[in-house]
Design a binder for this molecule. Structure first.
Ligand SMILES: N[C@@H](CCC(=O)N[C@@H](CS)C(=O)NCC(=O)O)C(=O)O
Length: 217
């Protein structure tokens, strides 16, 4: 019997936190939340007490402690395999896409921090950022064209890959990054997803303000 507690940061800013939060919500699993106010003295104390790597997210399931967003998602998938596509080729592709998100897109992540409730922000787009944006659109288009027949998400039904890319969808909205074709349709479907909309409402209600993430004009 699972007994999940998810330790997270702000739902507005903490992109790594919202990935497993979305996965748990997409699966409809009950869980407790502990929200840490990052970058405050109290938050630093809480991280030291609860987070092995002093970062969020962390999932507790009884005596099991899992840190790292992707490892948490994999732990959930052990008992809820529907988090990944059923077909082995699609599943391998989805895992590669999720790992690429976890390891990559540094330029975009650095210049466009997730800030779900902000709109109309603009930042200077360097060639590295343009490359990240082009790669994201290429990947989403390929996923939809090759594996998306069963539904409107990257691999048809909602999956761990969508949870991993959700913060990028919000970044595109906040910083006005326009997509085309299948990638644009994907963004629209993600924004219409009820769990994504719940997250947006919670991000709007989140009292946290992290000045360094309020970038853009
Ligand atoms: N690779 C980690 C990244 C975790 C991470 O960087 N979390 C940030 C918040 S989004 C954090 O805890 N920052 C607090 C700090 O660095 O003090 C994962 O995927 O879980």
């Amino acid at each position: 019997m699972s007994d999940y507690t998810l330790v997270i940061g702000s739902k507005n800013y903490s992109s790594w936190s919202v990935r497993p939060w979305l996965a748990l919500k997409h699966l409809g699993l009950p869980f407790r939340e502990v929200q840490i106010e990052l970058f405050t003295p109290r938050g630093t104390e809480q991280l030291a007490a609860l987070a092995p790597a002093r970062k969020v997210p962390v999932l507790f399931d009884g005596s099991v402690v899992i840190w790292e967003s992707l490892a948490i998602i994999e732990y959930l998938a052990e008992t809820h395999p529907q988090l990944w596509p059923r077909d082995a080729a699609a599943r391998a592709h989805a895992r590669a896409a999720a790992a690429e998100m976890h390891a990559g897109f540094a330029a975009l992540r650095g210049a466009m921090p997730m800030n779900i409730r902000a709109r109309g922000r603009r930042v200077a787009r360097t060639p590295d950022i343009e490359r990240d944006i082009a790669r994201l659109q290429q990947l989403w288009t390929q996923c939809r064209a090759q594996f998306g027949a069963g539904g409107p998400y990257l691999y048809g039904s909602i999956s761990a890959a969508d949870a991993m890319y959700a913060p990028v969808v919000w970044r595109f909205v906040t910083y006005g990054v326009q997509c085309a074709g299948l990638a644009a349709d994907y963004v629209q479907h993600m924004l219409a997803n009820p769990v994504m909309q719940e997250l947006e409402r919670l991000a709007q209600a989140d009292p946290t303000r992290i000045e360094m993430n309020e970038t853009g004009l």
